[in-house]
Design a protein around this ligand. Structure first.
Ligand SMILES: Cc1cc2nc3c(=O)[nH]c(=O)nc-3n(C[C@H](O)[C@H](O)[C@H](O)COP(=O)(O)OP(=O)(O)OC[C@H]3O[C@@H](n4cnc5c(N)ncnc54)[C@H](O)[C@@H]3O)c2cc1C
Length: 453
C-alpha cells in the first residue's frame, strides 16, 4: 500500500508516522525547505496550546511522553484588565486539567524526525504539488529546480493546510463531487510580538498561565516558551483607531500601546521594532464537503477545516483527525472507499462544531472574560468541578474530554451554559451546589434521551 501525503506540517507529519507504523509505504511532499535546516516560520504563531485531544493522538504513535517533556503547563487565563488588578481564571476546578504551551517548530521537527526513523517513509522537501488527479491518486508538481514531477499511489491525502491544493483539485470538479466550500474571514488579523527572557532565562511574568489583555474589541495574549520568553499575539481589527491599517507610524502605535497596554510596556521595550518587522496574518474559517473523492483522495487537518485559533484547537482537531482515521483503518481494513467515506462522515459535524465554538470563544476572550455574569458563571463552574467528579464545564468538555466528540461537547456545553447563566442571574453567590448539580443531572438525562432518538 503506497500513500502520498501532501504537506509535512503538523497533521501530515503525525499521519506519516502512524501510517508507516501500520505498514504503509509513505511518500510525503512538502513545498517548503526542511525546517530542520532553515527557519521558515515567519508570520506563523511560534507556540501553540496542546491539549487532551492532541495528546491522545500523540499517545497513539507512542510520542505523548516525549512531547510533554517539552511543554509548559498553563493552568488558566491570567487576565490583565485595563487599569485593574490581574486575576486568574482557571481552566478547570481540577488540578490535573490544564493545557500546554508547545513550540510549533519543535513539535513539527520531532514528528519529522520520528517519521524519518521509519524505513518506509520518504520525505521530499521543496516539492510543490500543483494538481491531483483525484480518481487515479496521481499528483503533479514542481520541484526546487523548477522541474516538473509526477507520482502515483493507492491513496493521496492532502494535509496541505488552509490554502490546500488538494482541496482546490476537488473544487475543480465542483459539479461532479457536489463540492461545497465556504471561507469566512474575520475583520481582525493577528501580529506576533515577544517578551524576552530575563537574565539567566527567567520568566518576566507568571510562567504557567495563558495571559490575556482583553480590551473589548481587541486583545493581546501571551504563551510561555521554554527559553523564558513569551510569544505575544495581538488580535486587532484591520480598521478603526486600533486597527492594523490605521497603526502605520511609530507615533500612532506608541500612542495606542500607551493608552491600552501601558501595563505591558515595561516588558516589551523593543515592541515598536517588532511591530513593524512582523507581518499581519489573516484569520478565517474554511468549511468544505466532501472531504474525499472516489475512495482515492482525502483532505484532513486545516485543508478540510481551518478554524480561528480562539479555542486553541486547530492543531488538536487535526491530530484528532489522524487518530480517527486510524480507528477507521481498524474498522474497515483495506476497504478504502469505506475508510475514507466513514472518516469524512464521522468528522465533518465535529469539525463544524469546533469551528463554531472557536468563533464563540473569540467574542468570549475579547469581550466577556472580565464581565460580571461571565465571571460569576466561571466561579460556579469551578465550584462544581471541585466538588463533583462528573461535572465538566463547556470549556472542559471540549478541552479535557477527548473521548467525547466536539459536537456532543458543544451541544451539551451550550445547554449547561444557559442553565448556569440563568442561575447566576438570579443569585450571585451562596449557590446550593447540590441543587445546581441535580439540575445539571436532569439536563444530562434529557440530553442523552434526545440523542438516542
Ligand atoms: C495565530 C494562530 C495560533 C494558533 N494557535 C493554536 C493553538 O494554540 N492550538 C491549536 O491546536 N491550534 C492552533 N492554531 C491552529 C494550527 O496552527 C493549525 O490548525 C495547524 O497548523 C494545522 O496543521 P496542518 O498540518 O493541517 O496545516 P499546516 O500546519 O498549515 O501545514 C500544512 C503544510 O503543507 C505544506 N503545503 C502547503 N501547500 C503545499 C503544496 N502545494 N505542496 C506541498 N506542501 C504543501 C505547507 O508548507 C505546510 O508545511 C493556531 C493558528 C494560528 C494562525
Amino acid at each position: 500500500m503506497k500513500t502520498i501525503i501532501v504537506g509535512a506540517g503538523l497533521c501530515g507529519s503525525l499521519l506519516a508516522v502512524r501510517l508507516a507504523q501500520r505498514g504503509h509505504n509513505v511518500v510525503m511532499y512538502e513545498k517548503r525547505d526542511d525546517m530542520r535546516k532553515a527557519s521558515n516560520d515567519s508570520g506563523r504563531s511560534i507556540n501553540l496550546a496542546l491539549s487532551a485531544r492532541g495528546l491522545m493522538a500523540l499517545e497513539r504513535v507512542g510520542l505523548k511522553k516525549t512531547i510533554v517533556e517539552d511543554c509548559i503547563p498553563m493552568k488558566g487565563r491570567l487576565i490583565h484588565p485595563l487599569g485593574g488588578d490581574t486575576f486568574l481564571s482557571p481552566y478547570s476546578g481540577r488540578d490535573e486539567d490544564y493545557i500546554n504551551s508547545v513550540s510549533r517548530s519543535g513539535l513539527n521537527i520531532l514528528l519529522l524526525n520520528e517519521a524519518e526513523k521509519l524505513s518506509n517513509v520518504e520525505i521530499k522537501f521543496d516539492y510543490n504539488v500543483t494538481d491531483v488527479d483525484l480518481s487515479k491518486a496521481h499528483i503533479k508538481g514542481i520541484d526546487m529546480g523548477g522541474n516538473e514531477f509526477t507520482d502515483d499511489a493507492d491513496l493521496v491525502i492532502g494535509t496541505d493546510g488552509a490554502g490546500s491544493v488538494v482541496r482546490r483539485s476537488m473544487m475543480s470538479q465542483t459539479t461532479k463531487l457536489l463540492f461545497n466550500y465556504s471561507q469566512d474571514f474575520l475583520r481582525h488579523g493577528y501580529k506576533e510580538l515577544s517578551i524576552l527572557p530575563a537574565d539567566g532565562g527567567a520568566f518576566k511574568i507568571e510562567k504557567n498561565v495563558l495571559h490575556i489583555w482583553p480590551r473589548g474589541h481587541f486583545m493581546i495574549i501571551a504563551l510561555p516558551n521554554l527559553d523564558g520568553s513569551f510569544t505575544l499575539t495581538m488580535f486587532h481589527p484591520y480598521e478603526g483607531e486600533t486597527g492594523f491599517n490605521t497603526l502605520d507610524t511609530k507615533d500612532k502605535v506608541k500612542a495606542m500601546f500607551e493608552k491600552y497596554y501601558s501595563d505591558l510596556l515595561p516588558f516589551i521595550p523593543h515592541y515598536l521594532d517588532e511591530y513593524f518587522e512582523n507581518a499581519v496574518g489573516t484569520l478565517g474559517t474554511i468549511k468544505a464537503y466532501p472531504w474525499q473523492a472516489y475512495g482515492k483522495t482525502l483532505i484532513m487537518g486545516d485543508a478540510a477545516h481551518a478554524i480561528v485559533p480562539f479555542y486553541g484547537q486547530g492543531m488538536n482537531a487535526s491530530f484528532e483527525d489522524v487518530r480517527v482515521f486510524d480507528d477507521m483503518l481498524d474498522l474497515y481494513g483495506d476497504d478504502y472507499e469505506k475508510v475514507l467515506f466513514n472518516f469524512q462522515e464521522s468528522r465533518k459535524e465535529n469539525a463544524d462544531a469546533i469551528a463554531d465554538l472557536a468563533i464563540d470563544n473569540f467574542y468570549e476572550m475579547r469581550d466577556h472574560v472580565d464581565d460580571k455574569a461571565f465571571m460569576l458563571k466561571r466561579k460556579l463552574e469551578m465550584q462544581l468541578e471541585q466538588n463533583y467528579s462528573d461535572y465538566y464545564s463547556k470549556y472542559s468538555l471540549v478541552t479535557f474530554r477527548p473521548e467525547l466528540d466536539y459536537n456532543t461537547a458543544m451541544l451539551l456545553g451550550r445547554q449547561q451554559d444557559k442553565l448556569l447563566l440563568g442561575i447566576v442571574e438570579k443569585e450571585s453567590s451562596d449557590w446550593n451546589l447540590a441543587d445546581v448539580m441535580s439540575q445539571i443531572k436532569n439536563l444530562h438525562t434529557n440530553f442523552n434521551n434526545e440523542s438516542r432518538k
